[in-house]
Design a protein around this ligand. Sequence first.
Ligand code: NAD
Length: 498
Amino acid sequence: MKVVRNKMTNEQKALFIIFGGTGDLAQRKLYPSLFNLYKQGYLKKHFAVVGTARRPWTNERYQEIVRNSISGMEVTAQQANEFSSHFYYQSHNVNDTEHYETLRKLADELENKYEFEGNRVFYFAMSPQFFATICQHVKTQELVTEKGYNRVVIEKPFGHDVKSACELNDSINKYFPEKDVYRIDHYLGKEMIQSIPALRFSNNIFNALWNYRYIDNIQITLSEALGVEERAGYYENAGALRDMVQNHILQTVALLTMNAPTMYADEDIRKEKISALKALRVYDPEGVKQNFVRGQYGPGNGQVAYREENQVDPHSQTETFVAGRIFVDNMSMAGVPIYIRTGKRLTKKETRIDVVFKNAPYNVFGHGKLKRNILSFKVEPNPGMELRLNGKKVDFDQYSIQSMHLRHEHGEEIQSKMPVGYEKLLYDVLQGDSASFSHWDEVYYSWRFVDSIRQAWDQENLPEDAFPNYACGSMGPKAATDLLKEDGNKWHFRPDEA
Ligand code: NAD
């Protein structure tokens, strides 16, 4: 479907069936996001939510949970009651065929009551091991409608390597065509990530410079101050590479390196993103050694080492930090190093992109090097952008150059109106706009790239004392700094030196 992004102005009609309706994701992210859409009038009379999970809850208990999940928001008791009255609970074991029959009857009853015009959104907010069986049952037990749309929303992780992702995709595509599959990457719902195409393609100053002739390097940092917290069980198997690089970081790389779409419409955008990810230079094991660094946090700042966290193997070789040098071998970006890093227990929580431009060819102002121009996308915590320029220093007796910053921060009022990631993505699902969701080909090429690193690391006999190799509160292992030094570069964002 080709959707040019218009603001949705009218009420949307849909039934959401949330598999995993009692889970953490549903309670922390989905219900508050649905409430925001409700408050803005996008969801009104003609919507309902069926939450399903194994627990034997009543509708009343479920509605109370929904009210609790929005209690920290700006909401009156009347709004909370009205909103939660649209929620229904169905105890359900996803492996049990009979339960889908009950679910279908409930969905049909609700269709009569709320008149969704046959529009259904199936949201899989549970472990991916269940996705195939849910898809199959939803289709064979006729939960999909003839009239209206049937869209499937799928949470990460989408597989753990190329093979498992292909299998998962085949099992979904058997029942739902690609156009109806919305693979969530919540980073794509973030305001400043969405701003990348806007800045690149609506300003000729950047459009003209966005290539290997003028860009020296790009730096992407997704740093977290927290450790693994309660996710250790999952994280031990995933590690930072699978958890952050395969999805959020490579999606960001795609937005930064893709060519301009013909129109800012989902099909065109995805086509260009796919081309960019297809052009990722895939490394052999030697290339991985030269271009990728992994790390694991030791103690520091009053925090324990990763290996001492609950549910973590005391000899764990799981990486909690990754840095790498990536190349996208296409006509405009070939040869531009894209440095990426992500990790836990780093100095500061911050997500940012720094695009470092090449220096002017000659310094007419005398000795010394001019500072490079840097365009920074500050994704969080304070969304905004910054451009570092060189300008004249205000001085009486000499003419000299100093660096200055043009800054734009979305003010508090705008920030308070910014949709949170899931709200924007749910809005897009209702609108049938898949631009902010990963197409299967994007997922495939991302896994292909990540697998080459994972496989090289798995084959390497890492001595046990290779980890930990960075202290809590630092910005990762020294090798991550050396990686840029080899090219005569350094990380622009260095909160550990502040
Ligand atoms: P969770 O464990 O809190 O919830 C899982 C839900 O699935 C529960 O409602 C549980 O009752 C239900 N369930 C489990 N087995 C079932 C069965 N056999 N039949 C019926 N229902 C069953 O998990 P979560 O944190 O909400 O995560 C859900 C999915 O979303 C996972 O794939 C996770 O990787 C992904 N995800 C979660 C977050 C987050 O912030 N929690 C963020 C990104 C992705």
